[in-house]
Write a protein that binds this ligand. Structure first.
Ligand code: ZN
Length: 372
């Protein structure tokens, strides 16, 4: 405590082509480059950003003179407010408590503002304490000098946890918020989870109480787990193959005929159509579990005579991305179309278009979508 509280029937049989021996080869990717993995996707999986009510949000008074310094904190200091262990877990109560502490610190202690940098209610609401604490934390550099722990006010971020924990331990809502919030602070300021301390480590005080102080080793371990991605939202592995025979997931008009001609096909058969300047796309529907970065591979029987410039269309977050594939070669294997950011949902994700300027059948066989 710091005081208080995806018909031409005349040419149909696939046997029109003699050569099956497709030389191995790659894809010709032209047009808009496939979207590469967005760098922010990787970074986003570390630590979730918690909701933090600013001083203005909870109705703080204007502070007196405060000192914002360029050096960043190197630790977190945990306190308890030593106030009542209320069962009122509402936001309204949390905000009222923050105002009460500020009043006490300003009017009772004669301080310029709340002494602590942040406050967490028993309902788990995280609030800014001293003005400028939130802006500096968001920036990840610098801090406002606090008034919560002599000798650590310009080095440690002070967090007041509502309640008295001399014997009681904090409610799950408070503890869970504390873990996520400390992980965010550690991530923003590059502070090791091991540098979370109790007020009593510096000053002769029972604060934050034996109940909370004894939880600090667990708190450091839980914060370290969140920082390692364990407590955050690590992307689960995901891979789905949709073949032209996959029930309910492949859609193509009657202009797309069926063939078993090439031994390089995926599964029982594949679909093919003459190229034409028409909007007649064969689509593959995939249930994308969450927005993220996915690699998309296509499987087609590569036969000399098949279309050398087949447009695959990926329905990416940034809009339709066209990847042109030479289906006359390199078939009978998964060929990467690239990596794309896809949004969540059960929807058409990839399509094979007939709109090609090149001659030869365009083929729609199978696609595979893998989270990366
Ligand atoms: Zn304290």
């Amino acid at each position: 405590m710091t005081g208080n509280p995806l018909s031409r029937r005349d040419v149909v049989r696939g046997a029109v082509f003699l050569g099956v021996g497709a030389a191995t080869g790659g894809l010709s990717v032209t047009g808009a480059p496939p979207a590469l993995a967005a760098p922010d996707t990787a970074a986003a999986l570390a630590v979730p950003v918690p909701t933090i009510a600013s001083c203005a949000t909870w109705g703080a008074r204007s502070p007196g003179s405060l000192s914002v310094i360029s050096s960043s904190p190197d630790k977190i200091v945990i306190h308890h407010t030593a106030g009542a262990n209320t069962t009122n877990y509402t936001q309204a109560q949390a905000f009222a408590m923050a105002r009460s502490i500020q009043n006490f610190h300003m009017d009772g202690n004669g301080w310029s503002d709340s002494g602590q940098h942040f406050t967490i209610s028993r309902g788990g609401y995280v609030m800014e304490g001293r003005h400028n604490s939130l802006s500096r934390l968001r920036a990840g550099s610098g801090m406002v000098v606090g008034a919560h722990c002599p000798g650590q006010n310009d080095k440690g971020i002070g967090i007041e946890n509502e309640g008295t924990y001399t014997s009681a331990t904090p409610p799950a809502a408070l503890y869970d918020s504390l873990v996520q919030f400390c992980a965010y602070i550690c991530d923003q300021y590059n502070i090791a989870a091991s540098r979370i301390y109790g007020h009593r480590d510096y000053v002769a005080t029972i604060c934050p109480g034996n109940g909370l102080y004894n939880l600090l080793p667990q708190l450091r371990a839980d914060v370290a787990d969140v920082l390692a991605g364990g407590g955050g939202d690590p992307p689960p592995s995901f891979s789905a193959i949709v073949d032209n025979t996959t029930s309910g997931r492949f859609t193509a008009s009657a202009n797309w005929l069926t063939s078993t001609y090439s031994a390089e096909r995926y599964g029982a058969d594949y679909r093919y159509a003459n190229p034409a300047a028409v909007s007649d796309v064969a689509y593959y529907k995939v249930n994308i579990p969450a927005e993220g970065t996915y690699r998309i591979d296509a499987w087609y029987p590569g036969i000399a005579g098949y279309n050398t410039a087949t447009p695959y269309v990926v329905l990416a977050k940034s809009g339709n991305q066209t990847v042109v594939v030479d289906q006359s070669t390199g078939g009978g294997a998964w060929r990467s179309l690239g990596t794309f950011t896809l949004t969540a949902g059960d929807k058409n994700v990839v399509g094979v278009s007939r709109w090609s300027g090149a001659a030869g059948y365009v083929v729609a066989d199978a696609v595979r979508v893998t989270r990366v």
